[in-house]
Design a protein around this ligand. Structure first.
Ligand SMILES: *Cc1c(COP(=O)(O)O)cnc(C)c1O
Length: 376
């Protein structure tokens, strides 16, 4: 029996369940304050549930009203894992051969471009499936421009009458819900102006807009759905607010151990490129974790890391399989001492991401397949 390198990604499905509960409680609380019904929740599980493993996330998100993802394959896997409720493909379908699968697995789709409508108009009569017509309210990624929306909606209505679609909803996606309330309010107003007279459920909010309570207003009369993703996994969508402040728990913890400890004199360079040079005699530890494990290579000296429960920092450049840490505050550290790169008992993925100039989403999705997963 081979013993693996001492690195592992610990996955807590209890944390995902807890985070969904926190979101639902917030929706109930804010809804009650503002006399709005609690919106239904699409739990977003794209990208293998943000790196946490699709099948387990499906189980952990049992309280969600629906699940949303991108890949047809992920939708089929969620259905086969036993999810009986709505499943939404956030980019819809890509070719006519997808349609039979949508019908067989009872999937809902986003319709964001005229080509998708054309494919449906040319396809044969089937049992149909629900669709959400998407407005481009200013992100300019997917969706119909405001001037084109009514025509797209009309074509979708016709498809509904013909039985090609079984239900219609309206949606958009905010581009700055994490950092600009004015832009979000303008995009939201654009959505309301364009869709007000078109009946159907509404879906607007990602994690940032959900936690900023953008959904909670009496001017939306239709049943509403929110679409939280990152917050279910314990990441904050905001640069200036921690996940902890919303009562969220990290669902993934990247753990490793020291594999070497050095007592170095002043003036000793550390790692490739000699990016860090010890200013004084220093104890330095080498951790079994590198960019081939998914740790960000561009994380600089000073990026937080926890060694034996003590908050300390990364030193020098991250190598493919290893990185160096400052042990001055951890005199007891020896080879084998536990290290938390991010998650429970260590810095948050958000803090590591911020130091590395990225976001926790990118860290969570990128932990390499070679890192063993351990469910707790
Ligand atoms: C990814 C995604 C979400 C979830 O975004 P988070 O920021 O992770 O909450 C919601 N809606 C759409 C359309 C998405 O693509």
């Amino acid at each position: 029996m081979l013993v693996p390198r001492p690195i592992c990604l610990e996955l807590s499905f209890a944390a995902i369940r807890h985070n969904l509960d926190q979101v639902i409680q917030r929706l109930e609380r804010i809804g009650a304050q503002r006399a709005c019904a609690r919106p239904r929740v699409w739990g977003v599980i794209k990208a293998n549930a943000y790196g946490h493993g699709l099948e387990s996330a499906v189980t952990a998100l049992a309280r969600a009203d629906g699940l949303a993802m991108l890949d047809l394959d992920e939708a089929v896997r969620a259905r086969e894992a036993g999810w009986a409720g709505p499943l939404l493909l956030l980019e819809g379908f890509f070719q006519s051969s997808d349609i039979a699968i949508l019908e067989a697995y009872e999937l809902s789709v986003v319709i964001h471009c005229a080509e998708q409508l054309t494919i449906l108009e040319r396809s044969g009569v089937g049992p149909g499936f629900p669709a959400w017509v998407k407005l481009n309210a200013g992100m300019n990624r997917l969706g119909f421009l405001p001037a084109d929306f009514a025509r797209a909606w009309g074509r979708a209505q016709t498809l509904r009458r013909l039985g090609r679609l079984s239900a219609l909803g309206k949606m958009t996606h905010f581009s700055r819900a994490d950092d600009d309330a004015d832009v979000t309010a303008a995009q939201r107003q654009c959505f309301l102006d364009v869709t007000r007279d078109l009946p159907g459920p509404v879906s607007l909010c990602n994690s940032a807009a959900t936690l900023a309570d953008v959904w909670a207003s009496a001017d939306i009369l239709e049943p509403q759905w929110v679409r939280p993703g990152i917050c279910l996994y314990g990441g904050s969508p905001f640069a200036d607010r921690t996940a902890d402040s919303f009562g969220l728990l990290p669902a993934q913890t990247l753990r490793s151990r020291l594999i070497a400890v050095h007592a170095l004199p002043a003036g000793a360079p550390i790692g490739y490129g000699h990016q860090f040079v010890t200013p004084a005699p220093m104890r330095v530890g080498i951790v079994a974790c590198g960019y081939a494990d998914g740790y960000p290579r561009h994380a600089p000296t000073g990026t937080p890391v926890t060694v034996d429960g003590v908050a300390t920092r990364l030193l020098g450049r991250v190598s493919m399989d290893m990185l160096a840490v400052d042990l001055d505050a951890v005199p007891q550290a020896v080879p084998g001492t536990p290290v938390v790169l991010w998650g429970q008992g260590g810095p948050s993925a958000d803090a590591v991401a911020q130091a590395a100039g990225t976001i926790s989403y990118a860290l969570m999705c990128a932990v390499a397949p070679r890192v063993p997963r351990q469910a707790i």
